[in-house]
Design a protein around this ligand. Sequence first.
Ligand code: COI
Length: 355
Amino acid sequence: QAASSLQQACEPSSAYSNDEYADIDWNGLGFGVIPTDYMYIMKCPSDGYFQQGQLCRYGNIELSPSAGVLNYGQGLFEGTKVYRKKDGGLYLFRPDQNATRMQIGAERMCMPSPSIEHFINAVKQTALANRRWIPPPGKGSLYVRPLLIGTGPVLGLAPSPEYTFLVYASPVGNYFKEGTAPINLYVEGEFHRASRGGAGGVKSITNYAPVLKAIHRAKDRGFSDVLYLDSLNKKNIEEVSSCNIFIVKGNILSTPATNGTILEGVTRKSIMEIAKDLGYQVEERTIPADDLIDADEVFCTGTAVGVAAVGSITYNGKRTEYEISPDLVCKKLYSRLVGIQSGAVEDNRGWVVEI
Ligand code: COI
């Protein structure tokens, strides 16, 4: 085989284990890497077309030191979850949305991308090969992480001559250490997550390292995550480091309108539709941070985060606390969403894909 910038020992896909469950403690899963058995790898040579990938043993990959992703951050990632139903069925949630978002992001980052069908098929294969890592019903889900990275060598600033689409997976529970308890957000005044004309609207890997400093500072002060303001006016809320945000006032749910600086979250989209089903009015608009002060409720959405109630937000030195009760709008929305995702509530939109 010709030398490639990414070498990996691959095995036939039939090699995976059929043991029902991996031998780990399924209680108290958090959101950390638990190495699983297999990952899916597909390379795209310089002719620009992804053709055939395969399952390989999960493990380190070998990259050229001059790979585009290492030197110039040419990379995208996605996240989707697989749930195990009580009757043993395995469910994916709206993988076509992740596949489409990767295609849009790839266009922005000058990368070729796998077709929608190929993306979904790779996610399915990865989930099935790692099925013993899919948590028992009610204990969490298998988080599947597709990556699209420039793996060919470049020195001058240019698109990479070779790309790799890779899918790995890890069992997960709650994203925040608070578990299902409300989270406390800090509104960042110095750093911004994205700016107009940048890549904030796509899931580029380059959107994430720059917020680590703000998260680190906020965590040191006891906050769960950071809420960013728009970089132009420095007064409208945009997104939390790891998720989208909603505010509730009366019967109206509002979330920042996407304009290229906010990620179009799959959970964000799904919650907007579920909220309408449940009789709420939903609006996407510019939301001044001052609106946080008299909101009835604030919550975050994301694939990793799910739906997280916000207990407090600190903005300009002032802490606003939100009343937490079992009747929160976000709790109703979340139980409907998880019900659909896990097969307990009827899915009348064809969101769920059984694998
Ligand atoms: C997700 O929600 O899947 C994400 O990609 C967010 C990430 C920061 C964990």
